[in-house]
Write a protein that binds this ligand. Structure first.
Ligand code: IPE
Ligand code: IPE
Ligand code: MG
Length: 235
């Protein structure tokens, strides 16, 4: 019924539990989790998806132990430097969304360099939500709208869903068609609150480090069987 989703969003969850089950440290779970990301980007691109947004670090994840946070960001640095050649070769645009004000300078620079380097790439958009929270996103949009109204760049009567959406992190990127959450948890955890309004949601018990190309295809196949109604009535 549905074709391949244009935009897939993923809440990559279960790294810690995957590791604990194997008697490993949580960081070993993150390490394995990061390895899955490239495989999922490759497969998504191969099957015709245009945008992949992955939730890598939430505004609430700062409440985790400092060593775990440090590890996650150092692993992100390594991931970016190792991924660079493939992003260029495959014409993949790299982008991040999120508050990011609390991310260390070295990592921020790596991110910005990669965004600039791949800014003109057209074949696929790989988007990472980092220090991201849906509530932050909405509040940030409201704050910018208020500023633009006060400086007469925007008038109150112009504000509709489209204009408002343009102030959010995803801006012109179409809403996710499919949201996947791994690890068995069935919640949104403050991900793209506005943009997920009509996304199809797919929950799987598989922990993120075990989520492979085959698992992605199962999710896409489930999506293709869904009937998206948007509040209307279909036969
Ligand atoms: C997801 O795995 C990665 C991040 C949230 C950074 P978790 O670290 O949340 O793993 P669990 O949920 O504790 O198993
Ligand atoms: C959601 O996972 C955030 C990311 C995957 C980055 P969490 O593990 O932080 O979510 P909760 O705490 O189980 O809701
Ligand atoms: Mg978790």
């Amino acid at each position: 019924m549905n074709s391949v989703p244009r935009h897939i969003a993923i809440i990559m969850d279960g790294n810690g539990r995957w590791a604990e089950k194997k008697g490993l440290s949580r960081t070993a779970g993150h390490q394995q989790g990061v390895k899955r990301v490239k495989e999922i980007v490759r497969e998504a691109k191969k099957i015709g998806v245009q945008v992949l947004t992955i939730f890598a670090f939430s505004t609430e994840n700062w409440n985790r132990p400092k060593p775990e946070i440090e590890f996650l960001f150092s692993y992100l640095d390594r991931f970016l430097s190792e991924y660079k050649d493939e992003l260029i070769r495959e014409d993949i645009r790299f982008k991040t969304i999120g508050r990011k004000s609390r991310i260390r300078k070295t990592t921020l620079k790596n991110i910005q360099d990669m965004e600039t380097l791949t800014g003109n790439h057209k074949s696929f958009l790989f988007n990472i939500a980092l220090d991201y929270g849906g509530r932050w996103d909405i509040l940030n949009a409201v704050s910018q709208i208020v500023s633009d109204c006060l400086s007469h760049k925007l008038s109150r009567s112009e504000i509709d869903e489209k204009i408002f959406g343009g102030y959010l992190s995803l801006r012109e990127i179409p809403d996710p068609d499919l949201l996947i959450r791994t690890s068995g948890e069935q919640r949104i955890s403050n991900f793209l609150l506005w943009n997920l309004a009509y996304s199809e949601i797919y929950f799987t018990k598989t922990f993120w480090p075990d989520f492979d190309a085959e698992c992605l295809n199962q999710a896409v196949s489930a999506y293709s069987q869904r009937e998206r109604r948007y509040g209307k009535i279909y036969e």
